[in-house]
Design a protein around this ligand. Structure first.
Ligand SMILES: Cc1cc2nc3c(=O)[nH]c(=O)nc-3n(C[C@H](O)[C@H](O)[C@H](O)COP(=O)(O)OP(=O)(O)OC[C@H]3O[C@@H](n4cnc5c(N)ncnc54)[C@H](O)[C@@H]3O)c2cc1C
Length: 338
């Protein structure tokens, strides 16, 4: 059980800035995200695109914004829990208890839901049999690359993730890179590295083909069959399938937590961004109130106000004092500046 003053659901730009606003008030937060990294939509949907409406930053990409937000919250040594989807939220007296799909539990008086448009989830293999091997020999992300050492790995996909992991894992495993088209969408320099590895027999490219069947022995994958566009079937020795078909956004479990919902967003009080449940706040794209704009800067404002109310609940015996960062010794100490 991990305890904190505030549990933040979502490591998008708004969840990251929430860490800052809570941190300067002396509150400890933890962040949980279903993805394997911070940045939410900025990093998953438009890492290289310029953003022009972040105050005082004339231009930055989604990736740069995420990097800067992470840099800004470094002094707080916040714990991040990636690859975990928050599934359940339950009340225990004045505290909220959260359970993730990895069976981890978190407890805090406050929750800030900065869940954007819902959790980003991998688009799964369409072959039904793949389901029963999920987490054992079928994976949609790489958590610990040591697990993938000295294996026969079949990687599906034609984008950056598929190419990057094919290259990385080819250092210590045999890789089949399988794609339904002849052209790959990944970065050209990665592709040229892949071609080099192909010449050295470390990566075998198979296109244009798709997964047709999984062959198993005693509940372990032994090989897969792929079907080429011309109908030809090929069997490939495989221990592990890694699939990178991109992500889909799902509101998912958030809809089942008893919160007042407005289509796919959560109703909040715009004075403090509290939902209909005391101690549960929503900010960023996931919240709705009259005049809401789905912009990063609106989310920053929303977590600034929510953090004040979080302080009052986490420190009921202390009075909240509004302070400027330029003149508060307390804040500067928390930022490691004094
Ligand atoms: C192409 C494009 C261009 C854009 N350009 C601009 C722009 O120029 N300026 C601007 O201000 N805005 C822009 N936006 C909008 C901006 O990206 C969003 O407003 C912003 O990302 C919202 O941030 P967020 O933190 O609320 O949510 P998100 O960025 O969506 O992050 C939410 C995170 O929560 C996680 N999550 C959700 N549910 C769960 C759960 N149950 N368990 C665990 N994790 C969960 C998700 O995995 C995700 O990582 C653009 C959006 C797009 C798509």
């Amino acid at each position: 059980m991990t305890k904190a003053d505030v549990i933040i659901i979502g490591a998008g730009p708004v969840g990251l800035f929430a860490v800052h606003q809570l941190g300067i008030k002396g509150l400890k937060s933890v962040v949980i995200d279903n993805l394997d990294k911070a940045g939410g939509q900025c990093i998953e949907l438009y890492p290289d695109k310029p953003i022009y409406d972040i105050p005082a930053i004339p231009e930055c990409t989604g990736e740069e914004l995420t990097k800067n937000l992470l840099e800004q919250i470094k002094p707080f040594n916040t714990q991040f829990f990636y690859n975990e989807r928050v599934d359940e939220v339950n009340q225990e007296k004045d505290l909220w208890v959260i359970k993730t799909n990895q069976n981890n539990f978190f407890k805090a008086p406050n929750i800030i839901i900065a869940g954007g448009v819902g959790s980003f989830e991998p688009r799964k293999l369409s072959l039904k049999e793949a389901e029963k091997f999920e987490g054992k020999s079928v994976f949609y992300a790489v958590k610990d690359k040591n697990f993938f050492k000295k294996k026969n790995i079949s990687i599906f996909g034609g984008g950056d993730s598929a190419l990057d992991w094919a290259l990385e894992l080819s250092k210590f495993s045999k890789i089949n890179l399988i794609h339904r088209r002849n052209e790959f969408r990944g970065a050209p320099h990665t592709l040229s590295e892949i071609k080099k590895m192909e010449k050295e027999d470390k990566i075998i490219i198979k296109t244009p083909c798709q997964l047709e069947a999984i062959e198993e022995h005693e509940n372990k994958i032994t090989s897969i069959s792929v079907k080429y566009d011309d109908g030809k079937i090929e069997r490939i020795k495989t221990d592990i399938i890694l699939s990178f078909f991109g992500l889909i956004m799902k509101l998912g479990p958030i809809a089942e937590w008893g919160l007042n919902m407005n289509k796919k967003t959560i109703d909040v009080n715009p004075e403090n961004f509290e939902t209909n449940k005391k101690g549960i706040f929503a900010a960023g794209d996931i919240c709705s109130y009259p005049g809401k704009l789905k912009l990063i800067l609106s989310g920053f404002h929303e977590v600034a106000l929510a953090s004040v109310e979080c302080f009052k609940r986490a420190r009921p015996n202390e009075k909240f004092r509004f302070e400027f960062t330029t003149s508060s010794k307390n804040i500067q100490e928390r930022l490691g500046k004094k």
